[in-house]
Design a protein around this ligand. Structure first.
Ligand SMILES: [Zn+2]
Ligand SMILES: [Zn+2]
Length: 152
């Protein structure tokens, strides 16, 4: 068994994340402070030799981007746009709401991009399809916190 990701001192296994106290081979659940006792021990080849999966909580919601970064999928912001609808911004890309407010499609949907994001009833991102076929929009943030998109 090889962990699905090992990056920035964060180990991901079965959807749970573990972090290291020091340079040791023991990794403790990221929710250790919340009382979770789960831990993972790797050997020097980074293979899992022990996995205690006694988590007392649901796994965090992570999404792995194309370049291998873990994104905590609550990380999004709503920004007002010129229209009455808001834009949802997630990892630099913007999404527009469709119909119900639960599904947000890439602002470049009309140009054929199929990326989308879905929110659950708590406003958390529950689903990500991050297959943009274009670069993220260019914008800058003004001193008043306004996003100004730069047309290319
Ligand atoms: Zn845990
Ligand atoms: Zn897109």
């Amino acid at each position: 068994m090889i962990p699905s990701g090992l990056k920035n001192n964060l180990l991901m296994l079965n959807g749970y994340t573990f972090s290291r106290m020091s340079t040791g081979l023991r990794w403790y659940c990221s929710k250790k402070k919340g009382g979770c006792k789960a831990k993972v021990i790797l050997d020097s080849n980074r293979k899992v030799v022990y996995a205690g999966n006694e988590h007392n909580h649901a796994p965090p919601q992570y999404h792995i981007t194309a370049n291998g970064n873990y994104v905590h999928i609550k990380e999004y912001i709503m920004i007002p746009s010129g229209h009455k609808n808001k834009l949802l911004m997630f990892r630099g890309y913007t999404y527009s709401m469709m119909h119900t407010g639960r599904r947000w499609y890439c602002s470049k949907r009309m140009s054929g991009c199929k990326a989308k994001v879905a929110l659950d009833s708590f406003g958390k991102i529950s689903h990500v399809e991050y297959d943009h076929d274009h670069a993220p929009p260019t914008y800058h943030v003004t001193s008043t916190g306004k996003y100004v998109f730069i047309k290319r």
